[in-house]
Design a protein around this ligand. Structure first.
Ligand code: NAD
Length: 264
């Protein structure tokens, strides 16, 4: 969805996207910037590249290095956003990691990290940002869950538990704000070809002695009926839609965008 000067629906607003230096988060930040929002980016890796990509749309962008496992750093990030732009109008809880192993072999430090980054960080951003949104009687929180918020897959206990948890958290936050101009919803993507999924393809190729193409096809074929990846841009466009007036009575929804995965 390319936004022109006349339909910059988020002009004057500020969006904060956790984990926005890569993959889906960077695509969401780009879509929100194309809709006119100033951006607070967060995450590790190629920070300069991410900032340049957002600034190319003509909005202002800053980065905060908060580690999503650390509540005090999350509080500092929201304070930094307020100091820089005066508000957080749109909050996208996107940061996430994955680890694949059966429960009996799952490293406990990976369990703790996945629950902290993929679930608890959204509690910590919301507990600080929601009162400020309510004070202005407008706000949008979009939690990037997963089809794994709705169904399970062997080997992904922590991820599936965190994603089911974030759908519950989304519902509670939506209900607690239902009589205000603040909405809270979740997006549930199927496979999107990002570094997080590329690692699973590489692991599958190594485990089953497959070519990269064959491993990609197997990963998709096992789960996603369309046999196509969802694109990160499609998730960005869905996020912009959830910020629109058309979505103002969507509260506590979990929107699947998964090539038919959860319809099976
Ligand atoms: P990615 O690995 O490309 O990006 C993850 C982002 O999170 C990066 O910016 C990284 O720096 C950041 N991050 C990681 N640990 C962090 C921490 N401790 N503190 C702050 N930032 C941290 O992954 P992605 O595929 O773009 O995933 C983004 C979100 O989408 C995740 O919540 C993931 O569960 C979800 N998701 C992904 C897919 C998929 O197929 N790729 C499908 C469904 C849901």
């Amino acid at each position: 969805m390319t936004q022109t000067a006349s339909n910059k629906s988020l002009a004057g607003k500020t969006a904060l996207v956790t984990g926005s230096t890569s993959g889906i988060g960077l695509a969401i930040a780009t879509a929100l910037a194309q809709a006119g929002a100033n951006l607070v980016l967060n995450g590790f890796g190629d920070i300069d590249g991410a900032l340049k990509q957002i600034e190319a749309t003509g909005v202002k962008a800053v980065h905060h290095p908060a580690d999503m496992t650390k509540p005090d750093e999350i509080e500092a990030m929201i304070a930094f956003a307020n100091e820089t732009f005066g508000a957080v109008d749109v909050l996208v809880n996107n940061a996430g990691i994955q680890h694949v192993a059966t429960i009996d072999e799952f490293p406990t430090d990976r369990w703790d990290a996945i629950i902290a980054i993929n679930l608890s960080s959204a509690f910590h951003t919301m507990r600080v940002a929601l009162p400020q949104m309510r004070a202005r009687n407008w706000g949008r929180v979009i939690n990037i869950a997963s089809v794994h918020g709705l169904v399970g897959s062997a080997g992904k206990s922590a991820y599936v538990a965190a994603k089911h948890g974030i759908l519950g958290l989304t519902k509670v936050a939506a209900l607690e704000n239902a009589r205000t101009g603040v909405t809270v919803n979740a997006i549930c993507p199927g496979f999107v070809l990002t570094p997080l999924v590329q690692k699973q393809i590489d692991d599958l190729a190594a485990r089953d002695s497959l070519t990269p193409d064959a491993a990609r096809a197997k990963l998709l074929g096992d789960k996603q009926p369309s046999a196509q990846f969802v694109t990160a841009q499609q998730i960005g466009d869905m996020t912009v839609f959830l910020c629109s007036d058309a979505a103002s009575e969507m509260r506590g929804s979990a929107l699947q965008i998964d090539g038919g995965w959860s319809a099976q």
